[in-house]
Design a binder for this molecule. Structure first.
Ligand code: SF4
Length: 214
């Protein structure tokens, strides 16, 4: 399944396309992540933005609220965007999987990374979001998003901060905010510096894209 929009082509605006897709996601059972979810987390932001951000997947807070990037990682993402004068309303924000991946540990559910098969099952939704939003730039947040969008062999520590071309879209990956938050001391400073540098490069392209739209 390459696109979920074949039957929706022609005439419909991006909001309508995304709303229909979100409706499909809300009842999706294509993988086992459907079994334990509270809410699906589809995506938010400006469907006309030239910039799409793709994270990994919902965690506990996102599952509870149905919104991407809430909690500490979400706050850091807001700070990262604010450093280049952007808000999450200026971009379109989504994840590789739309349901929380979790494992039971000590009597409670803990977040875990989504498995390759789960990302694969959910990928048609991400691809369809890209078709609807038509971003000129994609910033992948973390290795799983970069492996999904850019290259299955992507290595986040080696390959982040470089531009790639994906079906005519300029794509870059940087560290996931949750990864940055897990660092300490010098590692924390160096991860922050790397993300700041990457986001500035992305912002330059974002401004260029806006100017070309005018
Ligand atoms: S993660 Fe994606 S494919 Fe799996 S159930 Fe949720 S919406 Fe469907």
């Amino acid at each position: 399944m390459d696109s979920l929009f074949e039957s929706l082509e022609g005439g419909e605006n991006r909001e309508e396309r995304l709303a229909e897709l979100a409706r499909q996601v809300s009842v999706c059972t294509r993988c086992d992540l459907a079994l334990n979810r509270t809410n699906t987390v589809f995506g938010t932001g400006d469907p006309y933005s030239p910039l799409m951000l793709v994270g990994e997947g919902p965690g506990e807070n996102e599952d509870a609220t149905g919104l991407p990037f809430v909690g500490r990682a979400g706050k850091l993402l807001d700070d990262i965007l604010a450093a280049v004068d952007l808000t999450r309303q200026d971009v379109y924000l989504t994840n590789t999987v739309k349901c929380r991946a979790a494992v039971e540990e000590g009597g409670r559910m803990k977040n875990r990374p989504p498995r390759a098969g789960e990302i694969r099952a959910c990928n048609p939704y991400l691809q369809s979001q890209m078709e609807a939003v038509k971003p000129e730039i994609i910033l992948c947040l973390g290795g799983p998003a970069a492996k999904t969008v850019i290259d299955k062999d992507f290595k986040i520590t080696k390959d982040r901060g470089k531009w790639y071309e994906v079906n005519g879209i300029k794509a870059m990956a940087t560290f996931h905010p949750a990864y940055v938050l897990r660092q300490r001391g010098d590692d924390l400073q160096s991860a922050k510096r790397a993300v700041w540098k990457d986001v500035q490069a992305v912002y330059t392209e974002y401004q260029r894209a806006l100017e070309e739209q005018r």
